[in-house]
Design a protein around this ligand. Sequence first.
Ligand code: NAD
Length: 426
Amino acid sequence: MIRKYTTKTDALTTILKRKASETLDVTDKVREIIEAVKTNQDDALKQFSYQFDQYQATEFLVSPTEIKQAFELVDPALVEVMKQAWHRIYQFHEKQKNNGYIMTQAGQVMGQRVLPLDCVGVYVPGGTAAYPSTVLMDVAPAKVAGVEKIILITPPDKEGKVNPNVLVASQIAGVDQIYKVGGAHGIAALAYGTQSIPKVDKIVGPGNIYVATAKRLVYGQVDIDMIAGPSDVLIIADDSANVEWLAADLLAQAEHDTLAQAILLTDSQRIFEQISEELQKQLANLPRKAIASQSIENNGKVVLVENIEEACQIANKIAPEHLELAVLEPFAYLGQIKHAGSIFLGHYTPEVLGDYLAGPNHTLPTEGTARFYSALNVDDFVKKSSYLYYSKTALQQQITAIAHFAQAEGLQGHAQSALIRREDEQ
Ligand code: NAD
């Protein structure tokens, strides 16, 4: 049963307290896997593929024949939906593209170039479910950024087959190569390279605790996007909201996994009273009932707030991954929200719109990290490089100042590098 609170009687700290997301520490185990892949490359990949995925690997690269077969297996209507989703997601991300700039003044030119990463690895989970939507979301900003080579890895089943929806989504998104390998060993392969799998510059994409830990451990060798924890939603609802829709939205989140978090903040006594019963009613028909009910039990909360302003203040403290403003005038409150990964405005904008096809990215900061992280975006796939030119005259005007600064820092060699160019010394 979902836990109920009122801000009048319950301390905010109780309301905001969240169960530790992951107590399992697999760092030592994952470090061993990474070391083995670094040393023994494909041999280690084959051993771990058999150990963790029961796949007796002879080949990791997905062949053109396998891709062709995938298109024969996937419902053409779904292919069409994925194409439309790709178009919308791509268009949304195109707006994020930043150009470099240039500044010029007497004898000086300086600027900043924005350059795409050469090669990116996208991890697509393949353990308990397959996520073609994640393919589209993680590849779109990389493509818009202009990344030359996009490698995708995903774990296969024990026959070495990869989910056909994932393969089709990869083709729609223009992935260059797909490898059937997953888990921590797949991440290690992307970070260090093996005989079969090219080394990349950055690894993005969600995964289980082994994948997340491996990403954390290879950070520095390569860049990573973020460490994704369990998903969460926070819904702010006023009395204009439909309690059935609210329950459906909470359950859509809860069915992700037992650690997912679904919170409802409402100033409506009616909704506060009716939500538990409605959740029970809808849970009964949910195929993933076992997961969703445990998630609601563990982390679900309904809070009766004084007003929507108070709800917005609480939301900023929680910094949710997804925030739904299920209120009559959602735009009136948008300005009050400072910390949220992605915001969904009004009764006809459920979070699932954003999960699949509206345009904004669904790879979002979890566990309160929306205070300092952003949704996956085009800037994640570029780096910035500055450049500088001074003419002879322009440099002469700065030599004394440079030398002054360098000497203050005790770096005579630095000072000399400027002084040696002084006109009257040449
Ligand atoms: P996964 O691909 O992340 O992990 C499966 C792989 O883990 C296996 O193929 C195996 O290689 C490895 N593994 C399994 N047991 C292991 C062990 N004991 N030791 C070492 N390696 C082991 O797939 P998953 O397990 O289904 O997890 C996917 C996760 O990604 C879920 O938590 C899901 O909620 C999350 N997810 C998040 C988003 C998002 O946008 N935030 C989207 C999709 C999925």
